[in-house]
Design a protein around this ligand. Structure first.
Ligand code: URA
Length: 223
């Protein structure tokens, strides 16, 4: 079973548990996974804004669904909202967002509005902790549906958390960054998280190389 299917099943289990069920029928879960989430991005967003499937909903100020061009060829997936994002309801608008925007505009030569930006989890973990696997797996079906609707040709994972939850082979970011990973129908290129780059400016050189590979693939795909 892949991680996303598992995440969907965990979500269903949590729903059933909240309804008082003590056991479940796996076939029923499979069926509900297929029917569950809206196919339209605005309806999906409305559903995510109301989500209380994990305890991050208790401490969030805003859900950070994601934003950008619904027809984007490239999607950036970070880890989780930080304080500025939690306050504004928008992804990557704090210091790491400024760096991400500059990477998109100055190296990929795209406008921020032309790409799509979201995160593995849509609510801020207190004290900016890494999302737990329960939080990430509960939230993953929403990202999977965003990907299904937007159909990006390239997904850039930012940092090890996004890499971990969008791929299956326990890959190490230092080994696979800047390379193309085929994961089912998805084409993924991992790079460092902008907040890592802010803490470790010497890694910007490697991130620049990754962005050049991303640009090359983007230009091939869109030409
Ligand atoms: N870090 C992330 O991973 N995502 C954001 O939206 C902001 C900071």
């Amino acid at each position: 079973m892949d991680k996303i299917t598992k995440a969907q099943q965990i979500k269903q289990l949590l729903i059933l548990k909240s309804l008082g069920y003590k056991y479940y029928n796996p076939n029923l879960l499979e069926q509900q996974n297929r029917l569950d989430l809206p196919e339209n991005i605005d309806d999906l967003k409305n559903e995510v804004l109301k989500c209380h499937l994990c305890h991050l909903s208790k401490t969030r100020t805003n859900v950070v669904f994601g934003e950008g061009n619904i027809g984007a060829k490239i999607m950036f997936v970070g880890e989780a909202p930080g304080e500025t994002e939690d306050n504004s309801g928008r992804p990557f608008v704090g210091r790491s967002g400024e760096l991400l925007t500059s990477m998109i505009e100055n190296v990929l030569l795209l406008k921020r509005e032309d790409v799509y930006i979201t995160n593995i989890v849509k609510c801020r973990p207190p004290k900016n902790a890494d999302p737990t696997s329960e939080e990430a797996n509960t939230c993953l079906p929403f990202l999977k549906k965003q990907i299904e609707i937007i159909k990006p040709k390239i997904i850039v994972t930012l940092g090890s958390v996004a890499l971990k939850y969008l791929t299956t082979n326990e890959l190490q970011i230092s080994k696979v960054r800047g390379t193309i990973i085929k994961q089912g129908d998805l084409t993924i290129i991992p790079t460092f998280h902008p907040s890592y780059l802010l803490r470790n400016p010497s890694a910007k050189k490697e991130a620049f190389e990754d962005l050049k590979s991303i640009k090359k693939l983007y230009d091939e795909i869109t030409s």
